[in-house]
Design a binder for this molecule. Structure first.
Ligand SMILES: *[C@@H]1O[C@H](CO)[C@@H](O)[C@H](O)[C@H]1NC(C)=O
Ligand SMILES: *[C@@H]1O[C@H](CO)[C@@H](O)[C@H](O)[C@H]1NC(C)=O
Ligand SMILES: *[C@@H]1O[C@H](CO)[C@@H](O)[C@H](O)[C@H]1NC(C)=O
Ligand SMILES: *[C@@H]1O[C@H](CO)[C@@H](O)[C@H](O)[C@H]1NC(C)=O
Ligand SMILES: CC(=O)N[C@H]1CO[C@H](CO)[C@@H](O)[C@@H]1O
Length: 337
């Protein structure tokens, strides 16, 4: 295995330099350097293999079933709908586009290059499907698949971790000036909301129940993903691993963000908005692909019935890097660094 610490070093140096606590431009430059060194940057070459192996049909069925289950549970009727799909993979979808197209992996067999982990990764988080705890916001259920970018085969048995902000743009587990008022409110170090880990199944798939992230100053709305290929579950249901990890971020259509941000409690978020088109990290990640999640609304044209989102990530199992953590969760509580 090749370990690359290039990003880690540059990040550590930039953390103190910029307001609000992190240099996003440096992060975007690091991503660009990383992408330049990656021999393959998307999963387009996998489309045929995904179809022929039956994986595509299974993915369509799984997502369709999940949408139906969620709608039934919430008493919603009608159609799961891809509204306002402003990103390229689902452009032109209408209310009569069949589910077999909407839920296909071909739209989601998107490039998801290795992006940096940002300053707010917390090690030692819980293996769990539900990450919401007491947070309020637009319900977002995720179906995430991990494929080997060389063989196009699913990566099973890996631990996939997600983390993102709450509706008002604050990460749990971190006490820092760039993270809401958490530099003053030390209790946030113990918080674990909207962070979770799941093990990939035989199709390389994990699912999470979460909410749509809020925005924070300097970045557009995004969700962090980390795949641990060598991690072991600890007896207390956590994993503690910062080596051999594959790290990325996925993004949301601007139209969808705008819809969600118009609802409570998102609209009470006072942090400065950065649009997708002005986000340096997204710009780098988009250069060679489509790092946007595909989604349907479950309650028609309104987001209030919640969303189902899905995406596929390719990982290069030879290319792993050490990640930098902003904090660690221990039995004795969260600790910075
Ligand atoms: C994916 O689906 C779209 C829309 O149905 C289609 O135009 C496109 O050719 C498909 N792409 C691949 C790689 O199969
Ligand atoms: C987000 O988390 C912060 C820190 O715990 C909290 O102060 C804020 O109220 C949360 N936002 C919402 C909408 O609950
Ligand atoms: C989980 O177990 C590890 C290893 O014993 C320990 O270091 C860590 O503090 C525990 N974490 C929690 C949240 O209990
Ligand atoms: C964090 O959790 C630990 C373990 O339960 C506890 O001892 C500590 O007082 C908590 N810290 C804060 C600031 O709430
Ligand atoms: C439901 C909803 O808000 N739909 C919007 C989708 O985008 C079009 C064009 O940008 C808007 O006119 C709709 O209101």
């Amino acid at each position: 295995m090749r370990f690359t610490s290039l990003i880690t070093g540059a990040l550590a140096a930039s953390v103190v330099a910029a307001h609000p606590g992190h240099d996003h431009e440096a992060e975007a430059r690091n991503l660009e350097a990383m992408l330049d060194r990656m021999p393959r940057r998307d999963l387009s070459h996998c489309a045929e293999i995904i179809k022929r192996s039956g994986m595509e049909a299974r993915s369509i069925a799984r997502r369709e079933e999940l949408a139906a289950q969620l709608m039934k549970k919430r008493g919603l009727t009608g159609r799961a709908t891809p509204i306002n799909t402003s990103h390229k993979s689902t452009k032109g979808y209408t209310l009569s586009t069949p589910y077999s197209t909407i839920f296909a992996t071909n739209n989601t067999c998107v490039l998801s290059p290795e992006v940096t982990e940002g300053p707010y990764y917390v090690a030692g988080e819980y293996i769990r499907k539900d990450t919401v705890e007491k947070q309020t916001g637009v319900s977002l259920t995720l179906d995430i698949q991990v494929l080997n970018i060389d063989t196009c085969k699913p990566v099973s048995g890996a631990y996939l971790e997600i983390w993102h902000t709450n509706a008002t743009g604050v990460y749990s587990g971190i006490s820092a000036s760039g993270n809401g008022n958490s530099a003053k409110d030390k209790s946030n170090l113990n918080a674990t909301f909207l962070r979770g880990v799941q093990q990939t199944d035989s199709d390389g798939v994990v699912q999470f129940n979460s909410i749509f992230p809020g925005h924070y100053t300097g970045r557009t709305t995004h969700t962090h993903v980390l795949v641990h290929t060598n991690a072991k579950a600890l007896a207390n249901g956590t994993i503690m691993d910062v080596t051999a990890s594959h790290v990325g971020q996925f993004f949301y259509d601007q139209d969808l963000i705008t819809l969600v941000e118009a609802t409570a409690p998102y609209k009470s978020n006072k942090q400065t908005v950065t649009l997708n088109k002005n986000d340096g990290i997204l710009t780098q990640a988009s250069k060679t692909g489509d790092p946007f999640i595909n989604y349907v609304t479950l309650g028609g044209s309104s987001v209030s019935g919640g969303l189902l989102g899905w995406i596929a990530f390719g990982i290069d199992t030879d290319l792993a890097k050490k990640v930098t953590k902003g904090a660690t969760l221990y039995a004795s509580g969260g600790v910075s660094g």
